[in-house]
Unconditional design. Sequence first.
Length: 268
Amino acid sequence: MKHVVFYNLPNAGASIVMPVLEEFAKASGCDFFSGPLELEKLAADVAAGKRAFHWTHSGPELFGDFVARDDFRFICLTRDPRDVLVSHVKDAIHCGLYDEDKTETELYLEYVDKDSDFFDLFDDANSWRALEQANVINLTFEELKRNIPAGLRRILDFAEVPATDAALQESCARHSFEKVTQRRRGQMGKTVRTQYMFRKGISGDWANQFDGDVALKFHKGLGGVMRQWDYESNGEWARTHARYKSADRLSAREKLGDLLGKRNSNTV
């Protein structure tokens, strides 16, 4: 009997894992669930001899001796920090947590300010990623998204949660982004908020959302994490993006000037 703990960096794409993992965990008798704010319930369930399933956003230090126990399986999900920021801000806006007079770009800049609590999220994620032990598996949203059923098969086998291939395929399809949102990944549409957030279901959307200032400030604050997690080697992505956005603005101004010029000539 294994207890299952699923950690995800907030806004790292838990919807790709949690519904399927929870479904099969419950079917196999691991039906004593506790959420991110119920660590005491996890401890009580384990002490009572119940097979526990816990979902968390907290670092491993809160789990004490559980982390070293062979009857625990810890599944850890992270994601490109740039996409985490985009989803974090988009979700906050969708939930009405910010005044409408603030632009999205202003919110991005606030989140990557040196005094922001946003950086703390990555301290916990780094602690999980640093654990190299047999009862911990670290995965990224990007690698899971390449083949979701194969990624979930790897997770279920690691957690010793049984599922036939046919049942797994069916569950992945039923909980898929396409099924929940009724649109393709990457297709524009309303954010769907259930227990999880479904927005675009893609990687790399930060390139559509960041302006040059956000990219450079993000690199300044989280460049170290980006290098540790192999999303960058030297920060060139931020400088290239800033140059591209600067050129894009100049091109837009030129096009607007040409358009206004044509309109003025047509009215003479």
